[in-house]
Design a protein around this ligand. Structure first.
Ligand code: MLT
Length: 310
């Protein structure tokens, strides 16, 4: 069994693959042309969010049997192309949910309390206690778009801050809303109108791409806070920039962008935005979990055994 790993995964995951007797080539950051040249040698490919696993790659991947997505979202993997070739795609939907939820809350707090901006100013030797007045979470309403694994963790944690939690998720049962003490909004517009904070926890699909855009900002409360730790583009970036400039959005915490890596987004220029480079799943615990889980799944799939997240 030959496995190619193109993005950084935890050593524990690599060790688990090696222990199974597989040959593992770690080529973190391999360029596209090189990947296309060598992919035919491999039975399995393990990626995170950067490597595009698409038709062009499948066409060159005559031996590929398994694609392992070390993480939750599978928007960089063309499922149809895999299915029609009998290639199994596995991911690790549970392994990093807590980290993503904690990061979302971190961004929410950091943005509405100006934490990174104040830190940067103090590091430039300016002690300024006047310019950073923030807002409290207590008593406010947070609108959670997507009440799945991560959204529900965010909800219960923000309730501990004294927030009212409302959510929009047409795919989730009423029981689940009740279980997490979250008020259900049947339509997104109602959630947007009532929220002081909006946090996104949906996958990137045709349905969710741009779902928080110009129209949402037109009806949102003035001074709303927006956090996107899900996928770039679920919040329309141009519309967000405009909404920040005209004061509709007071603060934003952004971990993901449509184009990644990205060092030129206009969002990086705005002082009331906390930007991070797709770090939602980057904790020791999540990466160990993800690494071990993906290793087990890929090996099981290669052996023709049942795989939980296929
Ligand atoms: C995920 O979808 O779980 C994350 O994007 C994983 C990652 O950071 O690569």
């Amino acid at each position: 069994m030959k496995i190619l790993v193109t993005e950084k995964i935890a050593t524990k995951g690599i060790d688990a693959m090696l222990q199974s007797g597989a040959i593992v080539d770690e080529m973190v950051g391999i360029n596209r042309e090189h990947l296309l040249e060598i992919i035919a040698e491999y039975d399995a490919l393990v990626v995170r969010s950067v490597t595009k696993v698409d038709e062009e790659l499948y066409e060159r991947a005559g031996n590929l049997k398994v694609v392992g997505r070390a993480g939750n979202g599978i928007d960089n993997i063309e499922i149809e192309g895999a299915t029609k070739r009998g290639i199994i795609v596995v991911n690790t939907p549970d392994a990093n949910s807590v980290s993503a939820a904690e990061m979302s809350i971190g961004l929410l707090l950091a943005s509405c309390r100006n934490i990174t901006q104040a830190d940067a100013l103090l590091r430039s030797k300016v002690w300024d206690r006047k310019g950073f007045k923030g807002i409290e979470l207590n008593g406010k309403t947070v609108g959670i778009v997507g009440l799945g694994r991560i959204g529900s963790l965010v909800a219960t944690r923000l309730q501990a801050f004294g927030m009212k939690t409302i959510a929009y998720d047409p795919y989730i049962t009423d029981e689940r809303f009740k279980k997490f003490g979250v008020e259900k909004k049947e339509i997104l517009e109602d959630l947007v109108r009532e929220s002081d904070f909006i946090t996104l926890h949906t996958p990137k699909t045709e349905e969710t791409f741009g779902m928080i855009g110009e129209e949402a900002f037109r009806i949102a409360k003035k001074g709303i806070v927006v956090v996107n730790c899900a996928r770039g583009g679920i919040v329309d970036e141009d519309a967000l920039v405009k909404a920040i400039e005209d004061g509709t959005v007071a603060y934003a915490g952004i971990d993901v962008l449509v184009q990644e890596p990205n060092t030129t987004s206009p969002l990086l220029e705005l002082k009331n935005v906390v930007n991070t480079p797709h770090l939602g799943a980057d904790t020791v615990e999540a990466q160990d979990n993800v690494g071990i889980t993906i290793a087990e799944e890929v090996i099981s799939a290669l052996r023709g055994e049942m795989v939980p997240n296929a």
